[in-house]
Ligand binder design. Sequence first.
Ligand SMILES: Nc1ncnc2c1ncn2[C@@H]1O[C@H](COP(=O)(O)OP(=O)(O)OP(=O)(O)O)[C@@H](O)[C@H]1O
Ligand SMILES: [Mg+2]
Length: 261
Amino acid sequence: MSEVLSFNDVSVVRGRKDLLKDVSWEVNEGERWIVLGPNGAGKSTLMNIAAARLHPTRGTAQILGETMGRVDVFELRPLIGLSSALVANSIPGRETALNVVLTAAYGMTGRWREKYEKLDERRAFGLLHEWGMSTFMNQSFDKLSEGERKRVLIARSLMTDPELLILDEPAAGLDLAGRETLVAKLSELAADEYAPALVLVTHHLEEVPAGFTHILMMRDGQVVAAGEIEKTLTEENLEATYGMPLALRSENGRFSAFARN
Ligand SMILES: Nc1ncnc2c1ncn2[C@@H]1O[C@H](COP(=O)(O)OP(=O)(O)OP(=O)(O)O)[C@@H](O)[C@H]1O
Ligand SMILES: [Mg+2]
């Protein structure tokens, strides 16, 4: 099995603060990872390194066999799909849903003067359709609902047929039905043997789609636990991650947690 991510003692220092401290983490082809941890734990910082958007201050980060610092990140980025609040904010509001997906083919946001091949257009439409958004293809991004926007962003992150797909809080702001629809789609994606390696950052165990295989639990820029979900997602590790006693429930491959008294 080939390595998708191989991080060795990765640290990110800003001023006097360690945003990440000695993070070692490995993701292999075919694995589906959850990244869990409180606000400020360093999850998005870690995702920015995994997406070749940020260099570690110390340590080595290998992405798809290439070492950050020794590779042209502009060649690496199209191989990594990323959907996050930062990506959403960088999209011009007036862009149509179709163009939001289409422009990913060129690693840029905002349709400018590029000529798009018919093939790319067809692929972008196909992805919108797959994520239930084809009827919105001509609607501008800022007029879409939160949930619709999330789905367009995921379609966008798949446009380049990446080898690694990173979704940073894709279900944030969705209503219950929207969340469940998204979680079911992600579960389908997880089961697809041709899908890229998946990394999903979430705050809520209810958002962990069935079929995800591994979990990375973080606190204060450090790894609390990492490994297969069945062995790693335990009440003990949840308590160490959040600093409070939590009761964990699981049913039919889905999870939830509540304060334990
Ligand atoms: N450029 C920066 N300079 C200083 N501190 C920063 C910088 N960028 C992020 N931070 C801090 O680093 C910490 C980790 O941020 P990060 O966004 O990675 O957390 P997170 O786990 O994604 O949190 P959340 O769940 O709220 O999204 C936070 O305390 C944040 O304030
Ligand atoms: Mg974050």
